[in-house]
Ligand binder design. Structure first.
Ligand code: SAM
Ligand code: SF4
Length: 463
């Protein structure tokens, strides 16, 4: 089967882009109005929204995204940190500092002892959710190295804390390897296609297994078939025309929904950042400016209202602040992109790319809370088996909020007591009080009870 043709249909994308070149503001406003019903959009409607330019129309678009975000997610923002376990890589992705032929960085894969040290460093900051990241060349033992790392992370207990959910972003696996990953109890398996555009894909992936577009585009199918129904997808924006990428991303989502009845759990929207030894990363071929980036986030929120949108520390603090109202629901904080970055290795010459937001977790939390958002360290759904279709069954009628809101407050309270600076604690306690005051009475009672349990010394309180 030509997988590329089966999942991504480039000529159809081009047709839709051409057809919607000259839509009117009224056409766009009609779609925005419709999107407020939170039922999602079809590919033609996404193409229409991408044509928004007029400031008043853009204002309407952003307002609709804010409204949908607040209705579904309230003012919660899920917090996580990446852990890079290895920067060895056999591929030659021209945009990445880890590419095999790049001599300008030092190489390292963490030993299990070092993985435990990094885990303790993240626990000490207050993290509960981790994203394990690696280049595509594992030490001696091959892929089981990743399984060992997941196991080490889950088994590292430290003071009051532990990492309660490990998500994984590693190269595409075989069906059997995905089964092993599922057995390791991971949360989300995340994989970005980078670019869905066939020619561009081959221009920027010049050597190694990653050159095989079809192996990558079919990876999420293998993951689903292995029983991993919590999947994250994404595009590396800046490699090819963002409008093409958006429609292709949408086709990929549609494929998963049609075939498995479940779309992705999250979408990531990384933009190319400078990386040591990469010209492309320094000068993206198709840069996405801030206005178009805002449109991307808002349109995704309206098109797939129940899918989480992730924004990493690639972006500056200011861009991240603006993104919360546009629909972003998960952010990383205090991140390092070099193996050993949280502990002993503070060199930057082994990092994957440079960061836009260098603030530590406490500062990000204080900022987020002072804007009226509740940082959430919740890991409840995945630990209670609410993933895939079960999650969507709860999410779509809006029932998930009666779990998410109390869990956000109990885990935030835990953070404030165990890890926050006094300054952040003051801001955070006020945010919790305000969030409780605005809650529906039944959910408020449940939340107050859970927060009180945390204050009384209980940990890991969730429903
Ligand atoms: N090596 C695996 C792979 O390529 O799928 C998994 C992890 S890779 C380290 C994580 C992601 O980093 C890639 O999928 C890519 O989107 C992103 N990335 C690589 N270089 C980047 C850059 N210069 N700026 C922003 N993101 C980058
Ligand atoms: Fe290796 Fe992934 Fe970087 Fe490509 S993006 S060079 S596969 S680490």
């Amino acid at each position: 089967m030509d997988h590329k043709q089966a999942i991504i249909n480039e000529s159809k994308i081009q047709q839709i882009l051409d057809k919607n070149q000259s839509v009117t503001d009224k056409d766009i406003l009609d779609v925005i109005r419709l999107s407020r019903n939170m039922k999602g959009l079809d590919i033609e409607q996404v193409a229409i929204l991408m044509q928004a330019h007029d400031p008043e129309v853009l204002h309407e678009l952003y307002d609709a995204a804010k409204c949908v975000k607040e209705t579904i997610y309230g003012r919660r923002l899920v917090i996580f940190a990446p852990m890079y376990v290895s920067n060895l890589c056999a591929n030659e992705c021209l945009y990445c500092a880890f590419r095999a032929r790049n001599k300008a960085i030092s190489r390292r894969s963490l030993t299990q002892k070092e993985v435990a040290e990094e885990t303790r460093a993240l626990i000490d900051q207050g993290h509960k959710r981790m994203l394990l990241v690696s280049g595509e060349a594992y030490p001696r033992e091959g892929f089981p190295y990743i399984l060992k790392c997941v196991d080490t992370i889950y088994n590292t207990k430290h003071n009051n804390g532990e990492i309660r959910r490990v998500n994984v972003n590693v190269a595409p696996l075989s069906l059997d390897e995905f089964k092993d990953l599922k057995a390791a109890d991971i949360g989300t398996y995340q994989l970005f296609q980078e670019t869905y555009h066939w020619d561009t894909y081959h221009r920027v992936h010049v050597a190694g297994r990653k050159r095989d577009y079809n192996w990558r585009i079919t990876a999420l199918d293998r993951a689903m078939e292995a029983g991993i129904d919590d999947l994250g997808i994404g595009v590396l924006f800046g490699l090819h025309d963002w409008k093409f990428e958006m429609l292709a991303l949408f086709q990929h989502i549609q494929h998963l929904e049609d075939r498995y009845g479940i779309g992705p759990h999250t979408i990531s929207v990384p933009r190319l950042e400078p990386a040591t030894g990469s010209d492309i990363a320094e000068h993206p071929p198709k840069p996405v400016n801030d206005e178009n980036f805002s449109k991307i986030m808002a349109i995704l929120r309206l098109a797939v209202p129940y899918t989480g949108i992730i924004l990493s520390t690639r972006e500056t603090a200011e861009t991240r602040r603006n993104s919360f109202d546009l629909g972003v629901s998960q952010i990383s904080a205090g991140s390092r992109t070099n193996p050993g970055g949280y502990g002993d290795d503070d060199t930057v010459d082994s990092s994957q790319f440079s960061l836009g937001d260098h603030r530590d977790l406490d500062e990000v939390i204080r900022d987020v809370a002072s804007l009226g958002y509740t940082p959430s360290f919740c890991t409840g759904c995945y630990r209670l088996g609410r993933t895939g279709a079960d999650f969507m069954d709860l999410a779509k009628p809006g029932d998930i909020k009666c779990h998410c809101d109390p869990n956000a407050l109990s885990t935030f309270q835990e953070y404030l007591i165990d890890y926050a600076t006094p300054e952040t604690r003051v801001v955070g306690e006020k945010t919790i009080a305000e969030a409780l005051a605005e809650m529906d009475p039944v959910i408020r009672t449940r939340s107050e009870k859970m927060v009180a349990q945390v204050k009384a010394g209980k940990r890991d309180v969730f429903c």
